[in-house]
Write a protein that binds this ligand. Structure first.
Ligand SMILES: Cc1cc2nc3c(=O)[nH]c(=O)nc-3n(C[C@H](O)[C@H](O)[C@H](O)COP(=O)(O)OP(=O)(O)OC[C@H]3O[C@@H](n4cnc5c(N)ncnc54)[C@H](O)[C@@H]3O)c2cc1C
Ligand code: HEM
Length: 403
């Protein structure tokens, strides 16, 4: 909770700090990387720095946290903190690094807002920062303990035991610990980070959802090559497509991620688009392998059947679940669809949940590009599904955090 002294100061300055937070975050990253260039090279995602998404996510999350301290004192934005903490843990962030971030963030705040940052204002925002930082550190500490990893020590060497071209743009990799033991446990829906050593010596990290159920000797990830329609080719996905082959060793984190199934047998909606079906495949595979008979509506949208990664498997998993129905949409459905079982050719166009019979008490899991998730979420909210039962995974910095 914010102190009595800080509350009115945050209330008075939230509008000005909120509207300047984008500039503050931009300057913060410049200061941070000037002082510690290795952090940009080996920890932060250079693409997200170049396209500005990470600073939006950081700014949005801090402003949302401050707003919550004012409007709902005594509650915590658990979902937002979990999302950030899982991402941090998958990168091996340590508690001592919060002092470094604090130093450069507050230097940026003072530079951008100038005289408006009196001692009183700085102290009040300091309180907000440390409330948020300590909440994150507490969740990250628990995640490291649950993973059996000392703080920040999340990296393992894993050998590529299989590689398959799934579609023109998607390759899947099977991974097993280098010592040959079976890959460890995880919860369906979670992801790992992969750290790639690139040609310029940078060690860039990206996350990949585990795309098959736990309990097998190998983990599987499925990587779509990012062609970069408006920017350069994606660094790590291109590297994996071009350089990662069976027998090679990758540096992979232990699994993290909060998009996991609730206990119980309530109905589910699993909605994905494009490469966003990777966590959904793991969830379906898990439901099949545990003999679940809960009602599952699974929805997938893609450009064409040929672009639909793991299409045959996706269809087979949905058919293997007694309580499941699968609905497919393809922008160009005619394209290469001979493998579809009867009635599973897919409809033409964008996914539209309007005509589907959905249980009112469903819990929804969404994964795909933001416009797809926005449309599906909107449909669900209009049907009266409460926001807290709509979970989602964004394959990049979560720009919804500040909503
Ligand atoms: C939880 C989670 C799970 C994920 N699961 C999967 C998965 O299962 N499968 C999968 O394929 N992906 C997954 N992703 C996405 C993955 O982590 C990477 O983001 C993706 O592979 C692209 O990484 P990259 O290094 O190839 O591209 P990057 O180099 O990071 O580039 C990403 C985009 O930014 C643009 N960009 C880069 N630099 C600039 C610049 N200077 N100016 C303008 N634009 C620029 C690029 O053109 C590209 O479009 C997941 C992400 C998260 C967070
Ligand atoms: C209170 C302090 C902090 C806040 C509010 C914060 C917030 C965030 C947010 C919102 C994200 C995006 C999460 C997502 O993917 O959706 C993120 C990612 C990240 N954070 Fe933090 N963070 C904090 C501290 C730190 C610290 C101390 C470090 C270590 C130097 C750090 C390093 C990172 C990195 C490397 C990423 C991933 C960046 C990327 O993939 O582009 N953060 N953080």
């Amino acid at each position: 909770m914010l102190s009595e002294q800080a509350t009115p100061v945050i209330r008075a300055t939230l509008p000005i700090v909120g509207s300047a937070m984008g500039d503050i975050a931009e300057l913060f990253y410049r200061k941070l990387f000037d002082a510690r260039p290795a952090l940009l090279r080996d920890l932060f995602n250079r693409g997200n720095q170049a396209n500005g998404e990470q600073r939006q996510a950081l700014a949005g999350s801090i402003v949302a946290f401050a707003g919550m301290l004012l409007e709902q004192p005594g509650t915590r934005p658990d979902a937002m903190l979990a999302r950030i903490a899982h991402k941090h843990a998958s990168l091996g962030i340590t508690s001592d690094q919060y002092k470094i971030v604090h130093h450069h963030l507050f230097a940026a705040l003072a530079d951008v807002l100038g005289d408006a940052v009196t001692d009183e204002v700085a102290e009040a925002w300091d309180e907000v920062y440390w409330l948020m930082a300590n909440a994150l550190i507490a969740v990250e500490t628990r995640l490291y303990q649950e993973a059996g990893a000392p703080e920040g020590e999340v990296w393992r060497s894993m050998e590529i035991t299989g590689r398959r071209q799934e579609t023109a743009d998607v390759v899947s990799f099977l991974l097993r610990p280098r010592d040959g033991r079976p890959a460890g446990a995880f919860r369906a829906g979670q992801y790992v980070s992969v750290r790639a050593e690139l040609a310029d010596g940078a060690r860039q990290i990206r996350q990949y959802s585990l795309s098959a159920a736990p309990g097998r000797p190998d983990w599987r990830i499925s990587v779509k090559r990012a062609h970069g329609a408006t920017g350069p080719e994606g660094e790590v996905s291109t590297w994996l497509h071009e350089h990662a082959h069976p027998g090679d060793v990758l540096t992979v984190s232990v699994p993290f991620g909060d998009l996991v199934l609730p206990e119980g047998d309530g109905p589910l909606l699993l909605a994905s688009a494009g490469i966003g079906n990777t966590p959904v495949l793991a969830l379906l595979d898990h439901l099949v392998s545990t003999g679940a008979d809960r009602r599952v509506v699974t929805v997938h949208a893609d450009r064409t059947p040929a672009d639909h990664a793991h299409r045959v498997e996706h269809l087979a998993l949905a058919r293997a679940l007694p309580g499941a129905r699968l609905h497919l949409w393809y922008e160009s459905p005619g394209h290469d669809a001979p493998d579809a079982p009867d009635g599973q050719d897919g409809q033409a166009g964008q996914a539209d949940l309007g005509g589907l019979d959905l249980p009112e008490d469903l819990t929804a899991y969404l994964c795909g590009p933001l416009p797809f998730m926005r449309a599906v979420r909107g449909d669900l909210l209009r049907r009266g599904i409460p926001a807290e039962r709509i979970h989602y995974e964004v394959f990049g910095p979560d720009l919804w955090l500040g909503r």
